[in-house]
Design a protein around this ligand. Structure first.
Ligand code: NAD
Ligand code: MG
Length: 381
């Protein structure tokens, strides 16, 4: 029996994760959950799962929450200290890192410090501080398992050969809702158009990232640190069906892929039951139906965010933290109607080019640059 804590349990990954737990009660038990503001949904989750701890991370809500709505079996905690308690509890075996944005770094860091297994959906953690996070995991003998579908696919395909036999990995991208458009045709895209993703149903921030292809940029950086690759070993191909979740090409030219319908419950489950595989509630491919799989190279002129991803993966140092924070702030401004869609990568480029680069920053330096980049975006016109 593995005992699980889910950080960000009310989100898209979080709720999918609880479905997986619900389907595998003999293998997985839920010990703790966290949500930032949506405490009513968190309270409902405690009524279904009765976890030992439930954390509302937005401390300002501590007086507004109706405690009676929560299961009497769940202890209610507030703020960052609640998340810290959960992530360091000796009873917790696996922490699912499913908070959105750099806010997910803290809990992930603490779980790794305690030598736990972290199932990581929160790619921003690796974009911001990949080398420090990987070093920490190594030092404490903690295990990081990918949840992001592409990285789960790579992780699975890598098992077909040895690390020194890998030629390259190829991350697939759906291309988002604007695949095939030119830069000019992307000028006046609205938030509601950008929020309509063709294949995946996800939280708003990653959905906008998919529309700009910044999501794939972040995933290139995530893959570089997670798998210890050189940046020239990472390629991106557009694959609108989102069935092939990525490829590993070995030195002999053999290419191994992982396929399944777009359903996050599969990579979530694999990270939770690893190294075992078991029956899953995730959607399955139907081989009795005709279907096509299409692949095309990405258009870097229409989607300049992707170019930023390759650049940042290559430069490393402080670049990931700056790009990530600039993008988070720019996406917020776009959703609020104060920044145009095509200005998201432009603003990120400007903030990245201006920042004081350091090749081997400390965590506190990265957090300072994160704050500064957000302020730069707030001022950007
Ligand atoms: P979401 O917006 O649906 O959910 C985010 C969760 O994080 C919620 O539970 C929310 O309460 C919590 N949260 C938000 N801000 C917080 C803060 N400041 N402090 C603490 N908690 C906070 O997001 P999502 O789509 O589930 O994505 C979560 C993470 O997983 C992201 O890093 C995303 O890139 C990654 N991911 C998501 C998918 C997907 O299919 N949704 C796929 C791959 C990777
Ligand atoms: Mg992904």
């Amino acid at each position: 029996m593995k005992r699980i804590a889910v950080l960000g349990s009310t989100g898209s990954i979080g709720t999918n994760c609880l479905q997986v737990l619900d389907a595998l009660p003999e293998r997985l038990s839920l010990l703790g959950i966290t949500a930032h503001r949506r405490w009513r949904e968190l309270a409902e989750q405690t009524q279904s799962f009765h976890p030992r701890w439930a954390v509302v991370t937005d401390e300002s809500l501590s007086h507004g929450v109706d405690r009676a709505a929560f299961s009497s079996k769940s202890e209610l905690l507030f703020g960052e200290s609640g998340t810290e308690r959960l992530c360091s509890a000796p009873e917790v075996d696996v922490v699912v890192s499913a908070i959105v944005g750099a806010a997910g770094l803290r809990g992930t860091w603490i779980a790794l410090e305690c030598g736990k297994t972290v199932a990581i959906a929160n790619k921003e953690t690796l974009v911001v501080a990949g080398p420090l996070v990987m070093e920490l995991a190594k030092r404490t003998n903690a295990t990081l398992l990918p949840v992001d579908s592409e990285h789960s696919a790579i992780f699975q395909a890598l098992q077909a050969g040895r690390a020194n036999e890998v030629k390259r990995i190829v991350l697939t991208s759906s291309g988002g809702p604007f695949r095939g458009r030119t830069l000019l045709q992307l000028q006046d895209v609205t938030p509601s158009e950008a929020l309509a993703h063709p294949t995946w149903n996800m939280g708003p921030k990653i959905t906008i990232d998919s529309a700009t292809m910044m999501n794939k940029a972040l995933e290139v950086i995530e893959a570089k640190w997670l798998f210890g690759l050189r940046d020239d070993q990472i390629e991106v191909v557009v694959h609108p069906q989102s069935v092939v979740h990525s490829f590993v090409e070995f030195v002999d030219g053999s290419v191994i892929a992982q396929l399944s319908p777009p359903d996050m419950r599969l990579p979530i489950q694999y990270a939770l039951t690893y190294p075992d595989r078991c029956e899953s509630i995730a959607a399955k491919l139907d081989w009795q139906k005709t279907f096509d799989l299409h692949f095309e190279p990405p258009d870097l002129d229409a989607f300049p965010a992707l170019r930023l991803g390759f650049e940042v993966a290559s430069r490393g140092g402080t670049c990931g933290a700056v790009l990530n924070a600039a993008n988070e702030a720019a996406v917020e401004r776009f959703l609020a109607g104060s920044l145009r869609f095509c200005d998201i990568p432009r603003a990120c480029r400007a903030v990245l080019d201006q920042h004081q680069f350091d090749a081997s920053p400390s965590l506190s330096e990265l957090l300072r640059l994160d704050r500064e980049a957000r302020q730069e975006i707030a001022r950007w016109t």
